[in-house]
Design a protein around this ligand. Structure first.
Ligand SMILES: Cc1ncc(C[n+]2csc(CCOP(=O)(O)OP(=O)(O)O)c2C)c(N)n1
Length: 629
């Protein structure tokens, strides 16, 4: 593959207006140049490769036909917006993608006037688009609002809530359904099997036959209708398949059209542009288009780290092979699933990301992928629990935010034994503020009946999962993204007494209470401080709820306490500890808290961000010295 130096057209594109004078042939060439730029950049910076490669022609066609930023494009999830960034004047900065201070991997209104709405979590585009369209109508502005949403993101209830209201209000809205038959993994659900390409298969043939028989059975009229329909196989498909579904929502349906054919895309959007009211254009694309390894394995190339462009193989990471928390969770689930046939594993469209793929292979009838439907996943689990099953819901910390009411209303209120496993707790790195998982301690700690824990290492994660499945109430375990600590793994499971801390070191001058990922850095900090003459104790809190009363004894004996957690300070473990002191009338302890500040955390390498916010050994040492001065 030629590299970006061979790009001729791209350097001349400083904004969408520069596309308008290009011929169709030049636009096709530009698509290749943009692909090259994306592949090269992502191979160095990591990012969402396959989703972005799949929409290069679609992005060019939209910018060619519409008048952005007057017209608004809302990219659902926003992980496919790299071509959009490149076209809208950010090609020069594209090499900074996902780096600290560089371009975000997602649309950001603060980054560019061409980014109409910030995204990162899925299925928000139709609601946001309808809001924008409603506002524009109110202000008397005439411009188009376009929502680009994938078939995976269409599995979420929120997308249907948006469709439902749009159809009802009959507001102007163009929804582009980017159908590549994939979520991260192959898409799931009845809706996805309704989309046309699937209907061309066996089920469609069966459906068609049934329909023919039915129509034939209607004397007189049936045969006439059938003849009309037979005229074109294409119209037969669109008449009876996805079109029907969207038309039921009062959308005008156009498609399916080939998403890598610029001529088809441009013609269709030119037509759609002149239609008022809700319109849905159904576009068929290939995820990973134009890069062979990504086309072959779109799930792997959905989101990647750096890789070698010629082979597609990941760049080797240094250091010893240490399993990730995700891998340890996945493996432990299989072990526990063997012992306990009541365990169900539930994911919201992330079988690989959560590590549940091995459970899915081992126990397919006890594994459920609900699609991108976190709210449904939680209430579905609650239903299973009422029937005596032991559901484990594995959802990234950031995405579980979406199911907050279901956790409260459907799980905690009924005190149901659902286990929540929150991967990516804390700072996640380059995906930035939409993906950091640093609110979970706060949002889960306040819920009655909930037990909330965080392991200090991958071995403790195993024991926590084992412990969680022995409880008869809701339990949440949050753990960080990436590799474990590299500790030895116990083969036998241990039950951890609920609410009991683990004392790792005792000290007279200061007690550090640490949670999860902050435990080992705290121990290292204590060792450094000891060499400086300070006697520092370290307690692995293990639980953020319930809190061990014994903590107050350790606190009082040292008189000074530093609480360290990879969560926002507000409402976190430190807050819980202060509440406990206050409730018990203890006022002879000085307390400091290390955690994240009350603002959204930017994107950048996780280690860099941890250092920036004092969430590492150095930061703990500094704060401890200060407190002991
Ligand atoms: C609420 C929420 N849950 C999960 C995710 C993780 N996620 C990011 S993209 C994606 C799949 C999206 O599929 P689709 O919309 O079809 O887009 P494609 O990647 O196939 O282009 C998922 C599950 C998310 N971003 N938001």
């Amino acid at each position: 593959m030629a590299d970006s130096k061979d790009n001729i057209l791209l350097p001349k594109i400083n904004g969408p207006e520069d596309l308008k004078g290009l011929s169709r042939g030049e636009l096709a060439r530009l698509a290749e140049e943009i692909r090259r730029r994306i592949i090269e950049t992502v191979s160095r910076r990591g990012g969402h490769l396959a989703p972005s490669l799949g929409v290069v022609e679609l992005t060019i066609a939209l910018h060619y036909v519409f008048d952005v930023p007057k017209d608004k494009i809302i990219w659902d999830v926003g992980h496919q917006a790299y071509a959009h960034k490149i076209i809208t004047g950010r090609n020069d900065q594209f090499h900074t993608l996902r780096t600290y201070g560089g371009l975000s991997g997602f649309p950001k209104r603060r980054e560019s006037p061409y980014d109409a709405f910030d995204t990162g979590h899925s299925s928000t585009s139709i609601s946001a688009g309808l809001g924008i369209s409603t506002a524009k109508a109110f202000k008397g502005e005439k411009s188009k609002v376009i929502c680009v949403i994938g078939d995976g993101s269409m599995t979420a209830g929120m997308a249907f809530e948006g469709l439902n209201q749009t159809g009802y209000t009959e507001k102007d809205l163009l929804v582009v359904l980017n159908d590549n038959a994939m979520s991260i993994a192959p898409n799931v659900g009845a809706f996805s099997s309704f989309l046309s390409r699937k209907m061309a298969g066996r089920r469609f043939v069966y459906f068609k036959k049934e329909l023919q028989n039915f129509l034939k059975s209607i004397p007189g009229v049936g045969e006439n209708i059938l003849n009309l329909i037979r005229k074109s196989e294409d119209s037969f498909i669109t008449f009876f398949t996805p079109g029907m579904l969207f038309e039921a929502f009062k959308f005008r349906y156009i498609g399916p059209i080939q998403g890598h054919r610029l001529d088809q895309l441009i013609e269709t959007f030119n037509n759609a542009k002149n239609l008022d009211g809700p319109v849905l254009v159904h576009v068929l694309t290939v995820k990973g288009k134009g890069y062979e390894p990504a086309e072959k394995d779109p799930a792997h190339y959905h989101g990647v780290g750096s890789f070698d462009v010629s082979t597609g193989t990941p760049q080797k990471s240094d250091g010893p092979k240490v399993p990730t928390y995700t891998e340890v969770f996945g493996k432990t689930m299989v072990e526990l699933g063997k012992r306990n046939k009541k365990i169900f594993a539930i994911t919201a469209a992330m079988p690989e990301g959560t590590g549940l793929n091995s459970f899915a292979e081992a126990f397919p009838d006890r594994f459920v992928d609900v699609g991108i439907a976190e709210q449904h996943a939680v209430t579905f689990a609650a239903g299973l629990a009422t029937e005596g099953f032991r559901p484990v819901v594995a959802i990234y910390s950031t995405f579980l935010q979406r199911a907050y009411d279901q956790i409260i209303h459907d799980v905690c209120l009924q005190n149901l034994p659902v286990v929540f496993c929150l991967d990516r707790g804390g700072i996640v790195g380059e995906d930035g503020p939409t993906h950091h998982g640093h609110f979970d301690i706060t949002y889960l700690r306040s819920l009655p009946n909930m037990i909330l824990m965080a392991p200090k290492d991958e071995n403790e994660l195993r024991h926590m999962l084992y412990t969680a499945l022995k409880q008869s109430c809701p339990v949440a375990i949050r753990y960080p993204r990436g590799k474990g600590v590299g500790v030895e793994m116990d083969q036998r499971f241990k039950s951890i007494p609920v609410g009991e801390v683990e004392v790792l070191r005792t000290g007279k001058d200061l007690t550090i209470i640490a949670l999860g990922s902050m435990v080992y850095p705290s121990v290292e900090a204590a060792e450094i401080l000891e060499r400086e003459g300070l006697s520092v104790g370290v307690i692995n809190s293990r639980f953020a709820k319930p809190l061990d009363r014994a903590l107050t004894d350790y606190a009082q004996s040292a008189g000074k306490v530093l609480v360290v957690e990879e969560n926002i300070r507000h409402g976190g473990l430190g807050g819980a500890f202060l509440e406990m002191l206050s409730d018990l009338g203890i006022d002879n302890v000085r307390v400091r808290r290390i955690g994240l500040p009350d603002r959204f955390i930017e994107h950048g390498p996780a280690t860099f961000l941890r250092e920036k916010y004092g969430l590492d050994t150095k930061g703990i040492v500094k704060e401890a010295r200060d407190l002991c001065r």
